[in-house]
Design a binder for this molecule. Sequence first.
Ligand code: AGP
Length: 624
Amino acid sequence: MCGIIGYVGKKTAAPILIDSLKKLEYRGYDSAGICVLNDSLQLQTYKTTGKIADLELVLPRNVGGTIGIGHTRWATHGQPNTENSHPHLSGDIAVVHNGIIENYLEIKEKLIECGYVFKSETDTEVIAHLLHSHLYSNNSGVNSCNSGSQSKKCDLMTAVQGTLRALEGSYAIAVLCSSEPDVMIIARKDSPLVVGIGNGEIFAASDVTAFLKNTTNVVYVDDNEIGLIRGGNVEFFDTDGNKVIKETTTIEWDIEAAEKAGYEHFMLKEIHEQASSVYDTFAGKISELDGTVNLDELNLSDEQIRHLTRIEIIACGTSWNAGLLGKYLFAQLADIHTDVDTGSEFRYGYPVMCGEVLTIAITQSGETADTLAAVRSAKSYGCRAIAITNVVGSTITREIDSVLYTRAGPEIGVAATKSFTAQLITLYMLALHFGRVRGKISAEDSKNLLVALKNIPADIQKILNKKSIIQKCARQFANSSDYFFIGRHLNYPIALEGALKLKEISYIHAEGYAAGELKHGPLALLINKTPVVAIATKGHTYDKILSNIKEVKARDAVVIAVADEDDTEIEKYVDVVLRVPRSHVLLSPILSSVVLQLLAYYTALERGCSIDKPRNLAKSVTVE
Ligand code: AGP
């Protein structure tokens, strides 16, 4: 998730772009840049790693020009460094982009054959060069991007249309071209983009916070729409060039509410973002047509994967819960035994690391001290270590053999939500990839799983659409002093995560158990009306969890079941049913976890807790 801004008006663009980027910084903050067309009609670009404050330091005084674009980055392709930061240039073209171009490698290869030289590792740079190739004739086969000596084939709008037709994936872009100095073109597909209509000036940004202090009149750009901004006007077109009439809305939020996109808390916003963030996690990596997963960045040969004898997962908190689900997936899909250790235990636990062990560190922040120390210890045994993390350039990425990025975007709420589902998706992809290479899962089964995976964003959206049912349930039990969460097999880690979320933000005592373990002790704790959340989606342990539900009902507990939407059986045994769309049995834990996030959120809301910053907790635990 990155933030983009464009300005076309009569005022000096640079300070407006900087100010807007500061408002967008929550979307990404590892590097930033702006490009303005100065009064001599030259593109002037300033970029740096770090935050917008760092960009201000490299910006000369009095940068002229009244049209410009800017970007604050949360890296997905390539390290957070100056080369990879936006805007990206090709000759007289400058582009900023938020999203993921799935087929960028394919396009890059063709552009390199045509003589284009790439300066960054990003997917975005292909947009700039592709645009350039559409705009200028290139019969020589070698293109130095020196557009001065080349003749134009078409106008910028036509070039943008041609470029967008070739792109697969998601994008919100803003484009400048010094040979059409009064024009800015913007476009969107599956990434947010909104236009602000000011007095003789137009803004385009990833969200309204960027320009809210200048105007409250906005036009929401829809998918596959292109905006042509010129002077104080903006016109919209579809990708075939047909004019689209758009409605202008007036925003009534204040700035603080707008940063949360109108949500009361970052946590709720991040829960909602999962309908698209999970897509970003698997975008460009899966092919449901042949049942394969492409994880080239792993740098593990098929031979190495086949010879693995054990996986050692190291993580803390929510990431550990994701790791436990990974253990079940590696067993079922790839026939690999996995141990899951917390960082703090592994480092002092005299681990046995013989054989071909692959260590997988799972950490949203990439900075958790215990996880880092444990990984260093694991590596000292000579085994290969990979990381699943959300933060490009974080400490773990510099100490590990290879990295799988979860691409969930920055997570501000202390309670992990979208980073957890992104970790789960990454583990599904990894286990499936290992399973295919090791011949443990057929192409057919793999295809079915990937088809269902592609549906997960829509399934999550369906849960979000009915969140009021979860809110009602949360209200009903918000005054409970204890809560229990039970699940079996893949639903057991989800029970643990549900309990962690609830205790973390609502301060209610909550325990997660493997449902079969209740009778070995915890049943003694159940008293009249204690809420027990049973994750009871269909699967090979469904009948078993029904028995456990009956067990707790017999002790007068109140049972809240998380169940498939078409399960009519469950209603007979429980007090409340929270539904998830019917998905592949292996994938329903992802959906159940969204339900439990909402349950925790609304419980905490009801209890008036500090949701985004719970007491005693920090987002990233960088001390032992
Ligand atoms: C989850 O809601 C917590 N904030 C916490 O358990 C977190 O998952 C843990 O501290 C690990 O953080 P990491 O993923 O950044 O390593």
